[in-house]
Design a protein around this ligand. Structure first.
Ligand code: HEC
Length: 129
């Protein structure tokens, strides 16, 4: 009995993996765009960057919270944010790189697109635009 079942089972697994890998490759290319994060246009501090920080960071880093929850960093203040950019902590923190405490604190990483937007804005000199 075992001798008959094993080859049949192996054949089924091979057949399924060929069918599914075929489906996955062809459909993924059609449905999922390779990169839907557009960072080529203007990235504005006052709308784009603050809306990301608003949603993910100000709960701990805004004026009324930073002293208790935000490690004394008031990131809704432009000058403080600039300091965190100048010392490299902001990008290290959101990319979970060594040299900074990973942010959001105790939470999961920002989306790739949010990280790309903040990075692009920083690389363009982090203007107050
Ligand atoms: C749940 C609260 C909380 C949230 C949400 C949060 N932070 Fe923080 N953040 C902290 C605390 C607490 C510290 C101080 C950590 C320490 O020094 O151990 C800190 C420190 C930092 C630092 C300095 C890191 C260092 O190594 O000195 C940066 C930069 C920072 N946060 C950026 C962010 C950004 C950007 C976000 C949103 C993407 C964010 N934080 C979200 C609580 C938070």
């Amino acid at each position: 009995m075992k001798k008959l079942v094993t080859p049949y089972f192996v054949f089924l697994i091979m057949a399924f993996s060929i069918i599914f890998s075929g489906c996955y490759n062809s459909k993924a290319d059609l449905i999922i765009p390779h990169n839907d994060c557009d960072t080529t246009g203007i990235i504005s501090y006052r709308s784009d960057v603050t809306s990301i920080l608003q949603q993910n960071c100000y709960i701990c880093h805004s004026a009324d919270k930073y002293a208790t929850n935000g490690g004394f960093h008031q990131l809704d203040k432009f000058s403080v944010l600039q300091q965190m950019i100048a010392n490299g902590k902001l990008l290290k923190a959101i990319n979970h790189l060594p040299g900074a405490v990973p942010m959001p604190y105790g939470g999961s990483k920002l989306s790739d697109c949010d990280i790309m937007k903040i990075t692009a804005w920083v690389n363009r000199g982090a203007p107050d635009n």
